[in-house]
Write a new protein. Structure first.
Length: 273
């Protein structure tokens, strides 16, 4: 019996050894975000070192964002497990210009209808609707701010069910590339008196479509932010705040409730897929 048990143990070990998972190489930087897009929601993330920063993209369960906490760290590893039980193993190294910035594991026989973001929203529907909104002609004016040649503007606001689709544009009218650190959306008090704490209510987009990480000099890009339907309380305003990575070109766009309500247009039913 001991001989049989030993044989079974060796056989089991050999079977496991033969199904080893090969690690993939992944380059990351401290001033650029690498996006990993999986077919199913991410349920577990294990970092081999604190030098690797990892978080799920806001409102999306299947997108993991990776960044370096420091420069020139020693090679480490990262392990990701998704809801379908698949394990992804990476060897992570530092590169000031990492490539690629976006890795998409979708499309391997995966039904996009399985993709969901927070609150049960269907990512496939959001993506298709946002793709319809992004290239549309400008329907609103006066919703823009410029900081040293970097222009942030809202060019259209559309409603579909309980969602708002904000059609936005970032334009770089300077001769210096613009690396994006983050884009915040929040509601702020009108009065910002000294010695008085300014109340800010963060609004997290449930979906981001074609949001850029970099705008080259003399270039621009449209993108769409999907937000839960809302109105702006009295004596407050909506703010879109764009931050440059390691820079000071930070436009801040403000919208009052009257302008928001006037700008919203319902999407044609045939576009709601």
């Amino acid at each position: 019996m001991r001989v049989i048990a030993g044989f079974l143990l060796v056989s089991t070990f050999q079977a496991h050894a033969q199904t080893g998972i090969e690690s993939m190489n992944l380059e990351i930087s401290d001033n650029k975000t690498t996006n990993l897009v999986y077919p199913y929601p991410v349920i577990s993330v294990d970092r081999g070192s604190a030098n690797v920063l990892a978080q799920k993209a806001t409102g999306v369960e299947n997108v993991l964002q990776i960044k370096a906490a420091t420069v020139d760290f020693e090679e480490t590893n990262l392990t990701v497990i998704t809801a379908d039980g698949k394990l992804y193993s990476y060897l992570v190294s530092f590169n000031i210009t990492p490539y690629p910035l976006n890795v998409n594991y979708k499309g391997n026989g995966t039904d996009d209808s399985l993709m969901e973001v927070s609150d049960g929203l269907n990512a496939s529907v959001l993506e298709k609707t946002a793709a319809f909104v992004a290239p549309r002609k400008k329907t609103v004016s006066g919703l823009a701010d410029d900081a040293f040649g970097i222009n942030l503007s809202i060019t259209g606001i559309y409603s579909s069910g309980d969602l708002f689709y904000f059609q936005a544009n970032i334009g770089n009218n300077s001769n210096i590339d613009f690396d994006i650190d983050q884009l915040r959306v929040f509601i702020r008090d009108d009065n910002r008196a000294k010695r008085t704490a300014t109340q800010e209510i963060e609004i997290r987009p449930v979906y981001r479509y074609a949001e850029p990480t970099k705008i080259s000099s003399q270039a621009s890009q449209n993108f769409v932010l999907v937000l839960r339907k809302f109105t702006i309380p009295n004596k407050k305003h909506l703010v879109f705040q764009l931050f440059e990575s390691r820079g000071g070109r930070n436009p801040e766009l403000k919208i009052k409730n009257r302008k928001l309500i006037k700008a919203v247009r319902p999407l044609p039913e045939q576009t709601i897929l």
